[in-house]
Design a protein around this ligand. Structure first.
Ligand SMILES: *Cc1c(COP(=O)(O)O)cnc(C)c1O
Length: 327
């Protein structure tokens, strides 16, 4: 008998660490299992001996890491008998919600901020058959509306305030440790709504508690200068940046993100749109890795911190969530 096992998604792979039972119907598009690509040319270019890896999340089924959270959130929504899901989105969440709803055979409602979503993402979301509701206002307003609607209608919210989203997304940390054989020294990532920093930190903590790895990384959260509530120390009302996926002034996982920063000994930093776009171009031109601006914020941050000598004695690790069909 063949021992070969076809990969069937992150819930199957990590089912003993996720809230599913033997009878749960799993809604999956074989997300996860994304490659870690070590940068070869950029370290040489900056003249530093550093190991920088990129986790290429653009290879998820709808083009971003949001699929990790959505397989879990939609699986649980269906298990609980829900016939519809709803989210506010700057782009990637809407595509993921729409795709997994299509897979499950349920309805998806997506609230998008007017004019501030990548056209490719909008087209993709429409193709999956989602009900798109364009609103007058930004992501934060959309989020408030979603909460109001879910209070009165039989729909499940699948934004990252849904705890199952975080559970699905934490598997990216598991994959990194399983791939490297240890936890990285640093984990660099963009921070918008702060669900992902929350999820990664949860994943590393669970692996460390289970002694799968002996250490946890320092978490470095990077924001766009025009949308940097974690640098301001308070929520902000008119976030502005070209990096639409992190154009958020009222992060829903505010307390969790601060906990990740404090417990890991990490920090937040912010970068201008020019710095973000320069990093995006650098990653494309020197490494052949294309990502959207939000993801490039983590390279901008990693290079800044390496350059400032903050971490020069260590091996570095960086991660990006690249969405390939965007902007
Ligand atoms: C959603 C998203 C982010 C922001 O993640 P949060 O969990 O909102 O902090 C960053 N980059 C990409 C590509 C995204 O899709």
């Amino acid at each position: 008998m063949s021992t070969h096992k076809h990969y069937t998604g992150l819930i199957e792979r990590y089912r003993d660490r996720l809230p599913v039972s033997a009878s749960t119907r799993i809604i999956s598009l074989n997300e996860g299992n994304t490659p870690m690509i070590q940068l070869q040319n950029i370290p040489r270019l900056i003249g530093k001996e550093v190991d920088i890896y990129v986790k290429f999340e653009g290879l998820n089924p709808t083009g971003s890491f949001k699929d990790r959270g959505m397989t879990m959130a939609v699986t649980k929504a269906v298990e609980d008998g829900s016939q519809a899901i709803i989210c506010a989105s700057t782009g990637n969440t809407s595509a993921a919600a729409a795709a997994y709803a299509a897979r499950a055979g349920i309805k998806a409602f997506v609230l998008i901020p007017d004019g501030k979503i990548a056209q490719g993402k909008l087209a993709q979301t429409l193709m999956y058959g989602a009900e798109i509701i364009q609103i007058n206002g930004n992501f934060d307003k959309g989020m408030a509306l979603v909460k109001e609607i879910a209070d009165h209608a039989p729909v499940t919210i699948v934004n990252s305030i849904n705890p199952f989203r975080i559970d699905g997304q934490k598997t990216a940390a598991f994959e990194i440790v399983d791939d490297l054989g240890f936890a990285p020294d640093y984990h660099c990532l963009p921070v918008g709504n702060a669900g992902n920093i929350t999820a990664y930190w949860k994943g590393y903590c669970e692996y460390a508690a289970g002694r799968v790895c002996s250490s946890r990384p320092i978490m470095c959260g990077y924001q766009a200068a025009g949308a940097a509530p974690f640098l301001a120390g308070h929520m902000i009302d008119e976030p502005e940046t070209i990096a639409t996926a992190i154009r958020i002034g009222h992060p829903q996982s505010w307390d969790f993100a601060w906990a990740a920063q404090k417990e890991s000994g990490g920090w937040f930093e912010k970068f201008t749109d020019e710095q973000i776009l320069a990093a995006q171009k650098m990653l494309s031109q020197y490494e052949g890795i294309f990502c959207e601006p939000a993801s490039a914020t983590s390279l901008a941050g990693a290079l800044h911190d390496i350059g400032s000598g903050k971490r020069s004695r260590y091996g570095y690790f960086s991660m990006f969530c690249c969405a390939s069909c965007d902007d």
